[in-house]
Design a protein around this ligand. Structure first.
Ligand code: A3P
Length: 296
């Protein structure tokens, strides 16, 4: 893997105008044709919205709070990422999912219009985690710096425009949250805000538990909260991506579990950028019915 990744040059293609790693585009027919099962649980997010956090929560709900079982494998093996096709010999998300026993928990970053139709045909339950765009942008900037599977972000100044224009892998943050938000009317989707999870993790863990039709004791819920805290996950080698070689993710550049806060954008946005952002945001989000908080 180290050799493959050292020689790997990421390129980006497009599917229906959405930028995606070329290796994903090359495997598009297989990904779009993915066969969901009725008891799958899908975790859908725009990148950096708190995907891994929700993966750990959902997995521990299914394991009834048994942290030992939660550590049976790294998060990216337990929860296949169906739209990712890493270079060989690493298995693709689809391949991993196909060999998995039910109930499966699956991850996607796809905008709703690119989701394999089988998920809705099978009436699969989906948990969508949304995070405010400003913090998402900052988090994605650092992630694109350290993840060799993504294009380097360039300077912060350039990245600011790139992100706003939606020219980043998996496309526009705006299209993503608006698309998934609208789909709530039609499908079994639980929409969770990252900021709400930070504010009151217990409340949000309860929501997810109920949505999945589980009934867990207070003690188990407390246990889940404890093991999915930022600190616990940062120290958990199965959750913090240190199971991947640095040729894939170089955590000396930026750790995967970086800050885990609301409002870090204040340390990065200039006053001028903030004005530009707020104007653009108002135009794009008007009438969306979605209210994001950028600070608590
Ligand atoms: P930061 O870069 O702002 O720290 P994803 O899993 O979608 O890639 O999202 C990663 C982001 O979620 C990172 O944000 C990471 O620190 C944060 N995160 C992961 N686990 C968390 C937790 N238990 N509590 C709070 N934030 C968490």
């Amino acid at each position: 893997i180290v050799k493959v990744m050292e020689n790997y040059q990421i390129t980006v293609g497009h599917i229906e105008g959405v930028p995606l790693p070329s290796i994903t585009c090359d495997a598009w027919d297989t990904i779009y044709g993915f066969q969901a099962r009725g008891d799958d649980i899908l975790i859908a997010t725009y990148p950096k919205a708190g995907t891994t956090w929700m993966q750990e929560i959902v997995d521990l709900i299914l394991q009834e709070g048994d942290a030992q079982k939660g550590r049976r494998a790294p998060c990216f093996i337990k929860v296949p990422f169906i739209d990712l096709v890493p270079p060989k010999p690493m298995p693709s998300g689809v391949e991993l999912a196909q060999t998995m026993k039910s109930p499966r928990v699956l991850k996607t970053h796809l905008p709703i219009n690119l989701l394999p139709p089988s998920f809705w045909e099978k009436n699969v339950k989906a948990v969508y985690v949304a995070r405010n765009a400003k913090d998402c942008m900052v988090s994605y900037y650092y992630f694109q710096k350290m993840n060799k599977g993504l294009p380097p972000p360039g300077t912060w100044e350039n990245y600011f425009s790139t992100f706003l224009s939606g020219d980043v892998p998996w496309g526009s943050w705006f299209d993503h949250v608006i698309g998934w938000g609208k789909a709530m009317d039609k499908h079994q989707i639980l929409f969770i805000f990252y900021e709400d999870m930070i504010e009151d993790p217990m409340r949000e863990i309860r929501k997810v538990t109920k949505f999945l039709g589980k009934d867990l004791s207070e003690e188990v819920l407390e246990n889940i909260k404890y093991h999915t805290s930022f600190q616990a996950m940062k120290e958990n080698p199965m959750a913090n991506y240190t199971a991947l070689p640095s040729a894939v993710m170089d955590q000396t550049i930026s750790p995967f579990m970086r800050k885990g806060t609301v409002g870090d954008w204040r340390n990065h946005f200039t006053v001028a950028q903030n004005i530009i952002f707020d104007e653009e945001y108002k135009k794009k989000m008007e009438g969306s019915g979605l209210n994001f908080r950028t600070e608590l």
